[in-house]
Design a protein around this ligand. Structure first.
Ligand code: HEM
Length: 423
């Protein structure tokens, strides 16, 4: 697989106008889903503001993405128009149009402010020891077995615990979280099958009912634990202390933003860890370098985020006639932000296809930028750093022992299975 990536990447080195011209996000093949970077390179070089058959545009240059992210007045995140055709009046529509990420100010500003206290350095410090204990336990089990599936036995277990702790979900109730999250986020893929739609709607219904019950239990509790997002959010909602305040969350906002937090922090972080392990397996020199210099874990994690961003796509809609990358776009134009493409733009990152765990500066866009910058970026960074630091310092080597299975998604890039032996 590594050889494949290298060969196709360099084959596209001289550019490929045909590849760029034919690109359509609604018609992606397996070759693209396995390795989108040659196509991204062709687009960046030949058609960086690429028109697609449905009238939308695909952006691949770093500077163009930054410009869009920074101007939230011209570039709206509100998805009410965009989600209607796929989601109709379903619960998927209710969920995705209520979460803060798909709203503009003032709704976005109000909800983001209410979430603020839960993402402070103090909240983070309180969570780190539990993550360290969990990672040690997972690696003890891995050492005893000798081989593991990186996703099932390691990467996926970490965010489940963190998010479960944040929301105060009892251990024995965490079972369905991952499949709910996969189903709800899966519905955001560029093409949605009837089956994916039905699974997504069912997941929102079950998740919402579960959270409504959890919130009822939490509201009855008199003790307010500041480390828990849920307690903080209930207090800030019409169900809690802020009942009379104009800045409160409605019950629907409370439920859907909790669902969003669970989803946002889940698959993306699993994939950050899985994708990083893949990069280390493919680059044994980097593994050795990091094992010898574990103090590099901070810059290494940034480089993993840049090279294989677990969230590869963002979207915005123009609120007025505008111009991007020298191209005029009329009001209402829908654009796809190619995060994975921008993060390999040679104009910003010298030798962008090379893994360099010492890369500096490394202003990647894996967490977006501007007013919607990932609110959980410090949490994700902490989880990734703890997991990878402990992995490389505990084992001398890692080796793949069987075929990996990719997630097969364009927006959320990662693996479903990744079998390795650890020595
Ligand atoms: C490696 C892991 C993660 C990646 C790659 C990631 C990526 C992103 C990106 C690109 C955005 C911006 C979306 C946009 O501008 O349209 C975003 C927003 C967001 N993320 Fe993350 N995320 C990660 C982990 C987390 C975690 C752990 C949490 C929380 C527990 C979280 C919570 C959020 C929230 C609340 C937003 C919305 C912010 C807003 O709209 O103001 N994320 N994330």
């Amino acid at each position: 697989m590594a050889a494949n990536i290298a060969i196709r990447t360099s084959a596209a080195g001289t550019g490929d106008r045909g590849l760029a011209a034919a690109f359509d996000l609604k018609r992606l093949d397996r070759v693209f889903l396995d390795d989108p970077y040659p196509t991204y390179r062709a687009l960046r070089e030949h058609d960086p503001v690429h028109p697609m058959p449905d009238g939308s545009y695909f952006l691949t240059r770093y500077d163009d993405l930054v410009e869009v992210y920074r101007d939230a007045k011209t570039w709206s995140s509100d998805k009410k128009i965009d989600f209607k055709p796929n989601f109709g009046d379903s619960l998927l529509y209710e969920h995705h149009t209520t979460s803060l990420v798909f709203n503009d100010p003032p709704v976005h500003t109000r909800v983001r402010k209410l979430l603020g206290p839960t993402f402070t350095p103090r909240a983070l410090m309180a969570l780190q020891p539990r993550i360290e204990t969990l990672v040690d336990r997972l690696l003890d089990a891995a050492a005893a077995r000798g081989s593991i599936d990186v996703i099932d036995d390691f990467a996926a277990a970490i965010p489940v615990q963190l998010i479960g702790d944040l929301l105060g979900i009892p251990d024995d109730e965490r079972g369905p979280l991952r499949s709910w999250s996969l189903a709800i986020l899966g519905a955001l893929e560029p093409v949605l099958s009837k089956e994916q739609f039905d699974i997504g709607v069912r997941a929102v219904a079950e998740f919402k009912a579960y959270l409504r019950d959890l919130v009822a239990r939490r509201t009855r509790d008199s003790a307010h634990d500041e480390r828990e997002i849920l307690s903080t959010l209930v207090a800030a909602s019409e169900l809690g202390d802020a009942a009379g305040s104009r800045d409160r969350l409605s019950e629907l906002e409370l439920l859907h933003n909790c669902i969003f937090l669970l989803n946002a922090g889940h698959e993306t972080t699993t994939n950050l860890i899985g994708n990083s392990v893949h990069l280390l397996v493919e680059n044994p020199d980097a593994w050795r370098d990091l094992a010898t210099h574990p103090e590099l874990i901070g810059s290494a994690a940034e480089e993993f985020l840049r090279m294989e961003s677990s969230n590869q796509l963002g979207n915005r809609r123009a609120t007025c006639d505008t111009k991007i990358g020298g191209r005029k776009l009329p009001a209402n134009t829908y654009v796809h932000l190619g995060i994975g493409a921008a993060n390999r733009d040679p104009a910003q990152f010298p030798d962008p296809d090379r893994l360099d765990i010492r890369r500096h500066p490394n202003r990647h866009l894996a967490f977006g930028s501007g007013i919607h910058t990932c609110a959980g970026n410090s949490l994700a960074r902490m989880e990734g750093q703890v997991a990878l630091h402990k992995l490389v310092t505990r084992f001398k080597s890692i080796e793949r022992v069987g075929e990996f299975v990719r997630g097969g998604r364009a927006r959320f890039r990662g693996f479903r299975h990744y079998p390795v032996a650890l020595r």
